[in-house]
Write a protein that binds this ligand. Structure first.
Ligand code: SAH
Ligand code: SF4
Ligand code: F3S
Length: 476
């Protein structure tokens, strides 16, 4: 009889990737996925701690299972990921019906933990070492991930895949839990990364997104030779079947010329950089311990646009950080207006236990003020994103087709037509009326309308040669 697994994932791309791997390993142990927790005999929550809201979401989902577990004690419940690493025993205290708690570095133990839980083991805890709880090597080993198991069925599109190249983070921005939950920064060996890229290409992946918390700081040293991200991109450019390469998230202080040259010179590398500024005020950047000033960021942006004209840059911002005044916030608004990011993720500061900001700074901006600043910055960003997208009106872009859009709008009058979605090389979302057979293709789409988040297009069906891309869309 097949065993049924339900898994719920919150958090960043790292977590999506981790869930993919957990599912892949459990399929090998005879599990099948279900989308109903009540029908599962194993329920897993892959959690995030970056903001309090993310934790609350998980506790609320867990709460919904309390009665179910009482009635069906044979159901195994596991909590994985960053909140598992951060809260450890606390999770058993808040949700005593949880069977095991597993950190991001111990995910390979899950099949064993499930088997032990099913044969009556007490609550089990498997987590990585704290940042002061051993030698650097021991701590690193305890946060290492198990990456080569891939499950194409877990991806939203079979043509896109994430590939982790770096584990952990050493930046210790004062607001952030990640250096604690994911451990020390370590670059994975390039041979392993390349081998995994080939496996993914064989499975049909066309777009690879390389993942790291500060992905541009990637380094791997073996003997005399050091591999940087730019070198790695050069190697992955040669992998047959892969058409596009993206990488997130970049750390502004570590943007180097060799990487910009790689983005300029390697045809598969997308002209797109996610480079979170976080704040436009030097005083706040310093309190966040971001390690750069607005002037340094400004120089970097000039260099990016000089080196790779038309590159799309996106950002993250935190509003209402400890001590942020109206003047500080205005500097952030000014910076957003100046840099005209393709899009930005804007977050209200959320104090996280165990971070330097929680220990030493006061979370003194009232929630209502955080909310107002969030809305104001978002409104500005939406205007900028819309104007940026409107520059594409009338142009043809080359889209990697992901599949039918989430809303799956059907057009009953026109037979098979369905709303399809994909992305440009510079990471803009495009939708058009097409058909499912286009999935996975690189398709020319002409844009006739644009909103802040979406380009609306039509497939170019006339006799259009490949030159249309070169002539009309240098940056798409
Ligand atoms: N390593 C990446 C992303 C880290 S988490 C980077 O350095 O950019 C993603 C985003 O969440 C961050 O960029 C930041 O904008 C936001 N974030 C992190 N901690 C936060 C906190 N305590 N409160 C609110 N937003 C936070
Ligand atoms: Fe967190 Fe800063 Fe590391 Fe990003 S760079 S993960 S924000 S500590
Ligand atoms: Fe959240 Fe962990 Fe990612 S805290 S943002 S899931 S690295």
């Amino acid at each position: 009889m097949s065993k049924r697994l339900y898994i719920e994932t919150v958090g960043c791309q790292m977590n999506l990737l981790d869930s993919e791997m957990v599912v892949a390993s459990l399929r090998r142990h005879g599990y099948e996925l279900t989308d109903q927790p009540q029908q599962a005999d194993t329920v897993l929550f892959n959690t995030c701690s970056v903001r309090q809201h993310a934790e609350e979401k998980t506790y609320s989902s867990l709460g919904k299972l309390k009665q179910h577990k009482q009635r069906h004690p044979q159901t195994t419940i596991g909590v994985l990921g960053c909140m598992a690493q951060k809260d450890q025993q606390l999770i058993f205290a808040r949700a005593p019906y949880v069977d095991f708690v597993v950190g991001p570095g111990q995910l390979q133990e899950i099949p064993k933990l499930i088997a032990q839980a099913k044969s009556g083991a007490n609550q089990q805890l498997a987590v990585g070492l704290g940042r002061r709880d051993g030698s650097l090597e021991e701590i690193k080993r305890s946060h290492e991930t198990f990456d080569p198991l891939r499950d194409p069925q877990m991806r939203s599109s079979p043509y896109q895949a994430y590939l982790r190249i770096q584990i952990g983070c050493d930046k210790f921005c004062t607001y952030c839990v990640v250096p604690n939950t994911r451990g020390p920064e370590q670059g994975r060996p390039p041979q392993q990364i390349e081998a995994e890229a080939r496996v993914l290409a064989d499975q049909g992946t066309k777009e690879l997104t390389l993942l790291g918390q500060t992905v541009n700081s990637y380094r791997h040293t073996a003997g005399e030779s050091t591999t940087r991200l730019s070198d790695l991109l050069g190697r992955l450019q040669e992998v047959e079947g892969i058409e596009r390469l993206k990488f997130v998230t970049n750390f502004p202080g570590d943007m180097t010329d060799d990487l910009l040259h790689a983005v300029r010179d390697l045809s598969k590398v997308s002209p797109y950089l996610h480079l979170p500024l976080q704040s436009g005020s030097n005083r706040i950047l310093q309190r966040m311990k971001r390690g750069y000033t607005l002037e340094v960021y400004d120089e970097m942006m000039t260099k990016i646009h000089d080196t790779i004209p038309g590159t799309a840059v996106s950002s993250d911002f935190i509003v209402g950080f400890c001590g942020e005044t109206e003047d500080d916030f205005q500097l952030t608004v000014d910076a957003a207006a100046k840099y005209r990011f393709k899009n930005s993720f804007i977050f209200k500061y959320s104090e996280r236990p165990g971070t330097r900001a929680a220990d030493r700074l006061v979370d003194d901006v009232p929630l209502a003020v955080k909310q107002r600043r969030n809305q104001e910055l978002l409104a500005l960003q939406n205007q900028i994103s819309e104007a940026g997208n409107q520059a594409f009106l009338g142009r043809a872009v080359k889209v990697l087709v992901e599949g039918p859009s989430k809303r799956e709008i059907r057009h009953p009058s026109s037979g098979e037509l369905v709303q399809m979605t994909g992305r440009t090389h510079c990471d803009r979302i495009v939708v058009w009326d097409g058909n499912r057979r286009q999935s996975g293709q690189l398709l020319a789409v002409t844009i006739f309308d644009a909103s802040a988040h979406t380009l609306f297009g039509q497939v170019v069906t006339e006799h259009v040669g490949p030159e249309v891309f070169a002539l009309r869309t240098p940056d798409a």
